[in-house]
Design a protein around this ligand. Structure first.
Ligand SMILES: Cc1cc2nc3c(=O)[nH]c(=O)nc-3n(C[C@H](O)[C@H](O)[C@H](O)COP(=O)(O)O)c2cc1C
Length: 141
C-alpha cells in the first residue's frame, strides 16, 4: 500500500543525551526534516530512554526511521508498532515533545528503558502515553 498513513512506535536506550540544549537540537533537526517528508509524531525523552511515534506515508516513515536507527545517541531500538493507521494522531506536530508540559516532564523523567522492556510495554500503551501528554499540554501563553 503506498497511500494512507503508516504508524511506527519504538522505545530505545538513551545513549547519553542529558542536556536540554542537546534535546532542543535534536527536536529542531527532526522538525525540519519531518516537515519536508510529511512525517508527524511525538517524542518522549528521559535520561534513560526514548519513546517515539512516527506517522506518515510508509516510504517516508521508513526513510526517517532509517536515519534514526543510525543515530548513536541511542541504542537497543525495539519496534513496538508498525502498521497502517486510520489517520494521524499528531497531525499538527512535525515532532511533538511529550515533555513540553512540566507535569508530564516530571512523570517521564524517571522512566527506565529496562523497566519498559521487562514489562513488555506495548505500542498501544506508548501511543496512548504520548498522545495523552501532547494533547493535555496547556497552550503556551
Ligand atoms: C531518539 C531520536 C529521535 C529522532 N527523531 C528524528 C525524527 O523524527 N526525524 C529526523 O529527521 N531525525 C530524527 N532524529 C535525528 C536523526 O537521527 C538525525 O540526526 C537527523 O535526521 C540528521 O538530520 P540533519 O543532518 O538534518 O540534522 C532522531 C534522533 C534520535 C536519537
Amino acid at each position: 500500500m503506498t497511500d494512507g498513513i503508516f504508524r511506527l512506535a519504538y522505545i530505545s536506550r538513551n545513549g547519553g543525551l542529558n542536556d536540554p540544549s542537546e534535546l532542543n537540537d535534536l527536536l529542531a533537526s527532526a522538525r525540519r526534516n519531518n516537515a519536508t517528508m510529511d512525517v508527524t509524531g511525538a517524542l518522549l525523552f528521559s535520561r534513560d530512554c526514548f519513546a517515539q511515534v512516527l506517522e506518515g506515508p510508509m516510504v517516508n516513515v521508513s526513510q526517517v526511521f532509517e536515519l534514526i536507527q543510525l543515530d548513536e545517541r541511542h541504542s537497543e531500538i525495539v519496534v513496538l508498532m508498525a502498521e497502517q493507521a486510520a489517520g494521524r494522531r499528531f497531525p499538527d506536530w512535525a515532532m511533538a515533545y511529550a515533555g513540553e508540559d512540566a507535569a508530564a516532564r516530571e512523570r517521564f523523567s524517571a522512566m527506565s528503558f529496562e523497566a519498559l522492556r521487562e514489562r513488555a510495554v506495548s505500542g498501544g500503551e506508548i501511543l496512548a502515553m504520548l498522545d495523552g501528554a501532547v494533547h493535555r499540554a496547556p497552550p503556551v501563553t
